[in-house]
Ligand binder design. Structure first.
Ligand code: FAD
Ligand code: EPU
Length: 343
């Protein structure tokens, strides 16, 4: 029997802790239940044409600014199974509702490499391909072989290979052409039995040196990422947030040289012809770090994270983000783009 509710509070289902309601909410626990949901009167009754659908995982990359006038389908399809195996690799299929960190823990504890740098990213496996989650020099798209899903408009099953997913930095086809059109039911990943550590980003190397580790294990890398993240990022169960609110912008050589002249201490990472500038640095140097208006704020340990200290509304957080965006533009001439999905 499918769990269904009407006029349901979404507060427990988003990490910003925003108190809005959805007209309808279904909990999807098995892929076969999709047809049952679509046969429900919500989708077949007189006002079905007006019914917009939102697929929700853990709500850790969403900001609700209003009640959701439509149907939320919360993806809770679990299960992990081995599909295939070779001397070097192991292919795993994980249900879209599996918690990402549980999958990471599964791979680390089975000696499988590939996603240890993505330790402790909140959310579900099914959301990982949407913005191609990334951290510490690794992206989900590096290991995703294909996704299985259901096209909500065409009402048909589909399978997309890695290339077809169009992965980029915090980007994929699911944020563009297929935005809100596909419900991902499972993801197939290729993990490696041969471990080549990727310690070059964000202080991993320094921590290895501190611990006197020269030949790290998969578990060492995972533990270090866990420690770094715990020190830096607010835990949504203490302070509402959705991780980085904006993406890190990139600029061309000419623009970068002008910036460097005006702000000699600007942080940057060179990427071929482009320069990536940490948005957290820009926001901090525009004076926002630690800012708070009522319960909406800019986190005092990481300026890229906007937070809800308790009773902020989605509109208040969005308004703060817009102020930050224009102030960064006025000071640096860079228009930062949102990472978080505003609904
Ligand atoms: P939701 O927030 O529920 O949904 C996000 C989007 O995906 C929505 O558009 C939704 O409609 C869609 N969606 C969700 N599930 C499905 C599905 N099964 N089928 C189709 N569409 C779907 N992100 C990073 O990339 N790197 C980080 O290091 C990182 N750190 C974070 C730290 C914190 C403290 C927090 C709170 C967030 C962080 N994030 C990070 C963002 C977030 O964890 C990821 O975007 C995650 O993938 C969101 O998963 P979710 O299940 O919560 O998705
Ligand atoms: N910085 C500041 N002030 C701040 C915050 C950052 O000056 O308040 C500067 C520092 O110089 C720091 C640099 O920005 O060295 C980068 O900061 P950090 O290492 O914290 O990473 P980030 O660029 O802010 C990105 C991702 C994170 C990911 C980390 C680790 C984006 C938008 N964010 O953050 O992803 O976990 O790198 O790889 O790319 C997310 O997407 O939600 C997310 C948390």
């Amino acid at each position: 029997m499918i769990e269904y509710g009407k006029n349901i509070s979404l507060r427990p289902f988003n990490t910003f802790g925003i108190d809005v309601k959805a007209d309808h909410l279904f909990h999807l626990r098995r892929r076969e239940e999709i047809s049952e949901i679509l046969a429900h009167r919500v989708f077949t009754g007189a006002s079905a044409g007006m019914n917009s659908v939102l697929v929700l995982g853990q709500g850790s990359n969403i900001l609700f600014t209003n009640d959701f006038r439509g149907t939320v389908i919360r993806n809770e399809i679990t299960g992990v199974r081995v599909l295939d195996e070779s001397e070097e690799s192991l292919f795993l299929e994980a249900g879209a509702g599996v918690i990402w960190q549980e999958l990471v823990e599964y791979t680390v504890s089975h000696g499988l490499a590939g996603i240890e740098n993505l330790t402790l990213i909140p959310g579900t496996v099914g959301a990982a391909p949407i913005q191609n989650i990334g951290a510490y020099g690794v992206e989900a798209g590096d290991v995703i072989v294909r996704i299985n899903g259901f096209h909500l408009e065409k009402r048909e099953w589909l399978m997309l290979g890695n290339k077809e997913c169009g992965f980029g930095y915090r980007d994929s086809i699911f944020k563009r052409e297929l935005r809100n059109k596909v419900l991902i039911t499972s993801v197939v990943l290729r993990l490696s039995k041969v471990f080549r550590p990727k310690p070059d980003y964000g202080g991993i190397k320094e921590e290895l040196a501190k611990r006197d580790i020269t030949n790290p294990s998969i578990r060492d890398i995972s533990d270090i990422v866990l420690q770094i993240r715990r020190a830096k990022l607010p835990d949504p169960s203490d302070i509402g947030n959705a991780g980085s609110f904006f993406k890190n912008p990139t600029v061309g050589k000419g623009e970068f040289e002008n910036l460097l002249k005006a702000f000699p201490d600007i942080r940057y990472y060179r990427q071929g012809e482009l320069y990536k500038i940490p948005a957290g640095w820009l926001i901090e140097h525009a004076g926002w770090k630690g800012y708070r208006l009522d319960d909406a704020g800019c986190y005092d340990r990481q300026a890229l994270i906007l937070v809800n200290y308790g009773r902020a509304t989605g509109e208040e957080i969005l308004a703060l983000s817009e102020k930050i965006k224009s102030s960064v533009f006025n000071k640096f001439g860079i228009m930062i783009e949102r990472e978080v999905n505003v609904i």
